[in-house]
Design a protein around this ligand. Structure first.
Ligand code: 0WE
Length: 174
């Protein structure tokens, strides 16, 4: 592959058992699988990207508010995203001396193929449209634009951060 400048990590999975019902009832196997795919994969990919980013670089991952606050049914993915956001900080600390930046975007809910498998996603989007300062949800283009910024030299002073691209929803308390 030679040289690498940018790595975008956009990968998550939890078994349906971990996205519904009682949190305390999540099977150990589902827990391990979700953390391996959704959390460990960032460190794993970073390990192989690191020696390729010989002139510095930018690593970006995608997170969700459910890793910081309780979102009904996000359950197991919340644990995975909490671990992912903390991984961003530890990786940023490790790779900063190599001028490799590591950040995350925490996006608001978006209607996609993956999210259509989530029960009640339309109700959640409707809620965000009422509560978020911008009175709407975000588009995939807006998330992409923020990703382009964080991966570019415009963000050369930013590392270890979680940038909310959520129409402002995260600042609201009620
Ligand atoms: O991170 C996610 C969901 C990622 C995801 C989606 C699925 C659906 C199909 C991970 N694993 C699976 N497993 C499947 O079998 N989001 C940010 C979207 C999402 O998922 C939710 C949400 C939102 C928002 C689940 C419950 C509540 C809210």
């Amino acid at each position: 592959m030679g040289k690498l400048d940018i790595l975008v990590h956009c990968l998550a999975f939890a078994d349906k058992e971990g996205l519904v019902g009682d949190f305390s009832a999540i099977p150990k196997e589902a827990f391990t699988q979700a953390l391996e795919i959704s959390t460990y994969s960032l460190a794993s990919l970073t390990k192989v990207a690191k020696p390729l980013m010989t002139e510095g670089g930018s690593i970006l991952t995608l997170s969700y508010l459910g890793g910081v606050k309780v979102i009904p049914n996000y359950n197991l993915m919340g644990i995975a995203k909490a671990g992912l956001e903390m991984s961003v900080r530890y990786l940023a600390s490790e790779l900063g001396p190599l001028n490799i930046r590591v950040n995350a975007i925490s996006a608001g809910p978006i209607r996609t193929l993956a999210s259509s498998a989530v029960g009640g996603i339309l109700d959640m989007i409707h809620h965000v449209e009422q509560v978020a300062p911008l009175k709407r949800t975000v588009t995939q283009t807006e998330v992409g634009n923020a990703a382009a910024f964080l991966c570019s030299d415009l963000a050369s002073g930013i590392t270890g951060q979680v940038l909310y691209v959520d129409a402002g929803y995260e600042i609201m308390g009620m």
